[in-house]
Design a protein around this ligand. Structure first.
Ligand code: GLA
Length: 371
């Protein structure tokens, strides 16, 4: 059964009739530009096939009824405008948040019945929560017979839901990648003004995702702490955001050593995004590989968001790939997935190396997914 069929069947089972439609939003994998979106930097994410499907039907009044098919058919039922944020945050936070944040942006949705199904492993760094928010935004506006909001509006509503209802002060990368990304393309996004350009990925390259098996929660405080470190660095240097700082400014400002390392990562990572786009457009996978490896080292040593199993998996991949491409952690860090870009002709060899040389924490072999 496909994801869409699962959402449709779950809806029929919960409510006793067929849904009027099914909305979908993908997940995303970030090729490069990690922890720079909330510093107004440049990022290069791609949508992936896995995502979230929300089957919907309009309902009278302002009543929302929802069933979460992946959480044992857990339900939520509330009147729009009266919902409160669950504590601790969970799937209902995003649903309730999206009804409020859409209205705040001028998309006042009405009553709906919803059934939610997803195929992105949670805590994998592939943006299951942003995918959920964008799919909910599409379903709720469709049920309210509201013309589809522009991708930027949907993305900003989803980001506001994450900030206000889940307590994560995330950037805008995930929401924009999911709302505006196109299959087979990376989205070069300027997180300051949201200008975006689609970058076609060469057809003889393969983008691979491998799960480390270590699950991460963004809500654990590390993420917000990194953001505070970056804000402290920008304030000490005297710029609006680290996007505006140079490497020399970071080196010479009076900064706490840890905060200086965070800023060094951000400034160098933003430069790497520009270099990565040049490498892709110049069809130079060897150059891209070197940039991906440098990004990983910076996230591990300066930004300190990697963990030992992720480092080990990146190592296995980079050894198998050799000089023909590269691998790095992707997403917020502290576990989750690794991304690799390799020649399409090398996928089987790299996959075999991962199966042979990396073990998930439960002892099983890792799976290699091609985007
Ligand atoms: C998470 C956040 C994004 C971004 C990445 C790190 O995915 O949601 O906004 O900051 O981490 O690049």
């Amino acid at each position: 059964m496909t994801l869409i069929e699962r959402a449709r069947a779950g809806f029929a089972a919960a409510y006793g009739f067929a849904p009027a439609g099914v909305a979908f939003a993908p997940g995303r994998v970030n090729l490069i530009g990690e922890h720079v979106d909330y510093n107004d930097g440049l990022v290069l994410p791609m949508p992936i096939a896995a995502g979230t499907a929300v089957a919907w039907s309009p309902a009278p009044g302002a009543q929302i009824d929802a069933v979460a098919l992946d959480f044992g058919n857990a339900r939520d039922c509330f009147e729009i405008g009266t919902a409160t944020p669950p504590d601790p945050p969970e799937w209902r936070s995003y649903l309730r948040g999206m009804t409020v944040c859409l209205a705040e942006r001028g998309f006042a949705v009405g009553g709906a019945r919803l059934a939610i199904a997803g195929s992105i492993p949670r805590g994998s760094g592939l943006s299951s929560s942003a995918s959920l928010c964008i799919a909910l935004g599409r379903a709720l506006t469709a049920a309210g017979a509201i013309a589809s909001p522009p991708p930027t509006e949907l993305a900003l509503a989803a980001q506001a839901a994450e900030h206000g209802w889940a307590g994560v002060r995330c950037g805008i990368m995930d929401q924009m990648a999911i709302a505006a990304g196109q299959p087979g393309h990376a989205l070069l996004l300027d997180c300051r003004d949201l200008a975006a350009r689609q970058i076609a990925m060469p057809e003889d390259w393969a983008v691979l995702i491998v799960q480390s098996g270590v699950r991460r929660g963004l809500v654990d405080g590390h993420y917000n702490q990194r953001r505070r470190d970056c804000e402290a660095a920008a304030a000490a240097i005297g710029v609006a955001a680290l996007r505006d700082a140079t490497a020399e400014q970071v080196d010479s400002a009076a900064l706490d050593p840890v905060v200086r390392n965070r800023a060094r990562h951000v400034v160098s990572e933003i430069a790497r995004v520009g270099a990565a786009v040049e490498a892709i457009e110049g069809h130079d996978l060897a150059a891209l590989g070197i940039i991906l490896r440098a990004s990983h080292a910076s996230l591990r040593d300066l930004f300190e968001v990697s963990v030992a199993p992720v480092d080990a998996l990146v190592e296995v991949l980079n050894r198998a790939i050799g000089a023909h491409g590269g691998a790095r952690m992707t997403g917020g860090g502290f576990g989750g997935a690794v991304v690799a870009v390799v020649p399409a002709a090398q996928v089987a060899q790299v996959s075999a190396a991962v199966r042979a040389d990396y073990r998930l924490p439960d002892g099983s072999a890792a799976e290699v997914l091609r985007v």
